[in-house]
Design a protein. Structure first.
Length: 163
């Protein structure tokens, strides 16, 4: 397992990191987000959604459980916060999303650990004071060999347009 740690100091930096991550994530990738409330999970996903669909407004799909962004390349944003039980995933068509060519971002992934694929990227987010967030990425065979360098770029003004 490879890992990478970084700290962002604003929501914009977290979004820019999400945009860089979206460029790296191959078709079929599963990204499991772990962290308390307000640690930046949706902010990171918003940056990814902008890469996929130019989406400015991204909300956690807390009540719908899944939001979809993009056409040619699809991002599935899955939120398990209100999940009653892991078995509930089977009735939601979770396997269809996780086994697709789209990229699946799973918020509150710790609520359904037995349904996470072995090949995934775990992202742990935590508060680091003020608007700062500490992120730890653990790659379990999803991202290319040079992924840490690509995420570490200091260009926090990443162009959020296009893919």
């Amino acid at each position: 397992m490879d890992f990478f740690e970084t700290v962002t100091h604003s929501p914009e930096q977290t979004e820019a990191l999400g945009a860089r991550l979206a460029r790296l994530a191959p078709p079929g990738a599963a990204l499991a987000l772990h962290g308390d409330l307000a640690t930046g999970k949706t902010c990171l996903t918003r940056g990814m959604a902008r890469r996929f669909a130019g989406a400015d407004i991204v909300h956690s799909p807390t009540f719908t459980l899944v939001n979809e962004y993009g056409d040619d390349r699809v991002l599935y944003h899955i939120d398990l916060y209100r999940l009653g039980s892991e078995d509930e995933l089977l009735t939601l068509g979770y396997e269809d999303f996780i086994e697709s060519d789209g990229v699946c971002v799973i918020e509150w992934a710790d609520r359904a650990p037995r349904f996470l694929p072995e090949r995934r990227l775990d992202i742990f987010l935590e508060h680091a004071g003020g608007d700062s967030r500490k992120l730890r990425f653990e790659n379990h065979g999803v991202l290319p060999a040079d992924w840490q360098q690509a995420l570490a770029t200091d260009d926090i003004t990443d162009n959020m347009e296009g893919a």
